[in-house]
Design a protein around this ligand. Structure first.
Ligand SMILES: O=C(CO)[C@@H](O)[C@H](O)[C@H](O)[C@H](O)COP(=O)(O)O
Ligand SMILES: [Zn+2]
Length: 191
């Protein structure tokens, strides 16, 4: 079959629909992550969220919906996207190496009860692995949004959300779907 824009679109729609449907296979992990996120924001502790590239955008997207708003007018909730400050990222990258881009911020910002969220479609980004390692070292719970089998990050966090399948693109789309799922639960639970 030739690759026309129509075929490509139909194939992409089918692949994304299959990927979102496959989230039912990791329902138990999604529920555990939701419980941890709700416990954290309800108790006034914060989420420290990190990712690179498209996943940095997702980290910022999630944080924006917590501190700013999602759909409901509720109180502002504490969350920081660790990719947001270009000045800080370039300082840490320049002076300590890019692998420390997020772990250094976690060392400075985290308080007991905070939760670290790492988003990586490959599971192999060194700065996310370092962030999860630092969370463990500080005694913090953590959640990984992963794809493609989970890569090196598999097993490092308190809860792994490994999107089934081998597509990085679908993993990223499913990560955004999960961000909105968690925001739906938060809006329902918090005034
Ligand atoms: O959004 C995309 C690809 O869809 C890219 O910007 C992608 O996020 C970047 O290449 C990231 O550096 C990949 O990092 P990761 O997901 O493997 O941790
Ligand atoms: Zn992308």
């Amino acid at each position: 079959m030739s690759t026309t824009p129509t075929n490509l679109l139909d194939n992409s729609i089918a692949a994304t629909a299959r990927c979102i449907e496959s989230l039912k296979e990791i329902r138990a992990e999604i529920d555990r992550a939701a419980e941890l996120i709700l416990k954290t924001v309800r108790s006034g502790n914060k989420l420290l969220i990190c990712g690179n590239g498209g996943s940095a955008a997702e980290a910022q997207h999630f944080s924006t919906e917590l501190v700013g708003r999602y759909f409901k007018n509720r109180r502002s909730l504490p969350s920081v996207a660790l990719s947001s400050d270009g000045s800080l990222i370039t300082c840490i990258g320049n002076d300590y190496g890019f692998d420390a881009a997020f772990s250094r911020q976690i060392e400075g910002l985290a308080k007991p009860g905070d939760v670290v969220i790492g988003i990586t479609s490959s599971g192999n980004s060194a700065n996310i692995l370092a962030a999860l390692e630092t969370a463990k070292k500080l005694g913090l719970e953590s959640i990984s949004f992963l794809g493609r089998g989970g890569g090196k990050a598999r097993g490092m966090a308190t809860v792994d959300l490994i999107i089934p399948g081998d597509s990085g693109r679908c993993a990223q789309e499913a990560h955004l779907f999960l961000v909105h799922h968690f925001c739906d639960l938060i809006d329902a639970a918090v005034e």
